[in-house]
Design a binder for this molecule. Structure first.
Ligand code: HAM
Length: 429
C-alpha cells in the first residue's frame, strides 16, 4: 500500500489545532447567542445551480462540482449565503421578520493553497434577513467587531465600500449587468485599467471614466471625509449619490454605537460575489494580507430563488484565518482549564472500581482518564506526568475497604488517602 497523504489543499487538525478551532467556533457561537442569531444547519452538498447563480466567476469556477450517482449536477457548498437564501425562500418563508440566522461549518473552494488559503475551510456565517435599514448593516459590522474582540484579535480594521456607487454609475450609463459583473470582478482584483477598458468598450462615456478613475483613488481612515468626497465625485449619478448617503448613514450608526472600530472607506472596493447590492466590507489584521471576514447587503437573492422580495445583509468569518491571526499575534487563549485526573487501579480486579470513580469525577465536570493498558502503578504515573495531568487517583484494595482511595497531586508530589465521596471536592478545590 502507498503511504497516504491528505489531498492537496486539505488538512488534518491535530489535537492542539482542533482545540484552537473549537475555541474560535465557541466565540462565534457565543456572538450568535449575544446578538440573537438562531443556528440552522444546511447540507454540504447543494444543487450546482443554487450555488452558481450569483456566486461570481471567482467562486463559480472554483467549486467542487460533480454529477451525483442520480445524474444531478451538485457541488460542495463554497459558502452559506445561497443555502440561507434558499431556506428563506422556502421553509422559512412565513417566519416573521427580521430573521437572524447563523451557520457554522466547512465550506469548499478550489483555491490555490497558500498561507490562509485552503480548499476546505470553516466559516461562521450571520445573515440578517428582512430589513433594508442602515441599522441592519451596522449590526453586521458591529457583530463582526465583537467576534474579533471576543477572539482576542488585536488591531483589526474594516475596509468598507458600497456596490451601489459603481453599479449606480454603470446603470445610468446603460451598461448591461454582464458588463457590470465583469467590471466588478476586475475591480475586486484591483485590475482597474482593465476594468476601465471594459467600460470604455461597452460604451461608457468619457465623463463616467473620469469619475471612475477618481473614485478608485478615494480611500482613507477619515470615513466622513472620504464619503463626502465620494458624493461630490458622483454628483451627476443619482443612484450612486443615494448609495453614498446610505454608506454614510451606516458608518454614522456604527460610530454612534460607541465601539472604537477602525474603518477605511474605499470607493473603488468591490467583492467577487455577484449578489451584493449595497454596503460591502472586509476585515483585516496587520501582517495577514487576506481577509478574516467579509460580507455585505444582498437584497435580490431571496427573490431570485422564488421567495418574496426580501432585503438581507450578512457576513462570513474565515475561522481558519482567525486561528492563524491568533497564532501570529501570540494571543493566549485564556481557555478555562478543567482539572485532569488519571484513575489507576492497583490490580486488575479493581478496574470496575476505577471506572466507577472516573464516572463520578466526569459527572462533576472533571476530565478523568482510566489506565487501560494494564500497566504497573509506576509506569501509569509516569504516563500521567507526561500528559501533565493534575492528579492521579490510585485505587487500592486496602483503602477501598475504608471507602477511600489515594489522591496524588502530581504537581506538588504529595498524596493523601481520601474518602471516595470527598475526592471530587479535594480535586476541585
Ligand atoms: P467571502 O468573502 O467569499 O464571503 O468569504 C468569507 C471569508 O471566508 C473570507 O473573508 C475569508 O476569511 C474566508 N475564506 C474565503 N476563502 C478562503 C480560503 N480559500 N481559505 C480560507 N479561508 C477563506 C462569503 O463567503 C459570503 N457568503 C459572506 C456573506 C454572508 N455575504 C453576505 N452574507
Amino acid at each position: 500500500m502507498p503511504e497516504f497523504k491528505t489531498v492537496r489543499g486539505m488538512r488534518d487538525f491535530l489535537p492542539e489545532e482542533a482545540e484552537m478551532m473549537k475555541y474560535v467556533e465557541g466565540k462565534a457561537r457565543k456572538t450568535a447567542e449575544l446578538y440573537g442569531y438562531k443556528e440552522v444547519m444546511t447540507p454540504v452538498v447543494e444543487s450546482y445551480e443554487l450555488l452558481a447563480t450569483k456566486a461570481g466567476e471567482e467562486v463559480r469556477l472554483r467549486m467542487f462540482a460533480f454529477k451525483d450517482l442520480g445524474g444531478r449536477m451538485v457541488a460542495l457548498r463554497p459558502e452559506f449565503t445561497p443555502s440561507v437564501a434558499r431556506l428563506v425562500a422556502t421553509a422559512l418563508r412565513n417566519e416573521p421578520r427580521p430573521y437572524r440566522l447563523f451557520c457554522l461549518g466547512s465550506v469548499y473552494r478550489y483555491d490555490e493553497p497558500q498561507r490562509g488559503r485552503y480548499r476546505e475551510f470553516w466559516q461562521s456565517d450571520f445573515e440578517l434577513i428582512g430589513s433594508s435599514k442602515p441599522e441592519a448593516d451596522a449590526e453586521i459590522l458591529m457583530l463582526t467587531a465583537s467576534l474579533m474582540e471576543a477572539a482576542c484579535l488585536k488591531n483589526f480594521a474594516f475596509r468598507v465600500g458600497h456596490v451601489g456607487v459603481l453599479r449606480g454609475i454603470m446603470s445610468q450609463e446603460k451598461l448591461e449587468d454582464k458588463v457590470q459583473n465583469t467590471v466588478m470582478q476586475l475591480m475586486d482584483k484591483k485590475q482597474y485599467d482593465d476594468a476601465f477598458k471594459v467600460v470604455e468598450e461597452a460604451g461608457g462615456s468619457e465623463k463616467c471614466l473620469v469619475v471612475l478613475r477618481e473614485l478608485v483613488e478615494l480611500k482613507g481612515g477619515d470615513v466622513s471625509d472620504i464619503v463626502g468626497k465620494m458624493k461630490k465625485c458622483v454628483k451627476d449619478y443619482e443612484e450612486a449619490v443615494a448609495a453614498t448617503d446610505n454608506l454614510n448613514e451606516i458608518l454614522k450608526l456604527v460610530a454612534e454605537s460607541g465601539g472604537k472600530i477602525d474603518m477605511i472607506a474605499d470607493a473603488g472596493f468591490a467583492r467577487g460575489l455577484e449578489y451584493y447590492t449595497g454596503m460591502i466590507f472586509e476585515v483585516y489584521i496587520p501582517d495577514l494580507n487576506v481577509a478574516l471576514g467579509g460580507g455585505g447587503r444582498y437584497d435580490k437573492l431571496v427573490e431570485l430563488f422564488g421567495g418574496e422580495p426580501t432585503p438581507a445583509v450578512g457576513v462570513a468569518h474565515g475561522l481558519d484565518r482567525m486561528m492563524l491571526g491568533i497564532q501570529m499575534q501570540e494571543t493566549s487563549l485564556g481557555t478555562e482549564k478543567r482539572k485532569r485526573v488519571m484513575v489507576i487501579p492497583i490490580k486488575e480486579e479493581l478496574v470496575g472500581e476505577a471506572l466507577k470513580i472516573a464516572q463520578m469525577l466526569r459527572s462533576a465536570g472533571v476530565t478523568a482518564e482510566v489506565e487501560v493498558m494494564g500497566r504497573k502503578m509506576s509506569k501509569a504515573l509516569e504516563d500521567a506526568d507526561r500528559k501533565r495531568m493534575d492528579f492521579a487517583v490510585m485505587v487500592g484494595e486496602r483503602e477501598l475497604k475504608e471507602g477511600a482511595a489515594v489522591v496524588r497531586d502530581l504537581a506538588k508530589r504529595e498524596q493523601n488517602t481520601v474518602k471516595i465521596e470527598e475526592i471530587t471536592d479535594k480535586i476541585k478545590s
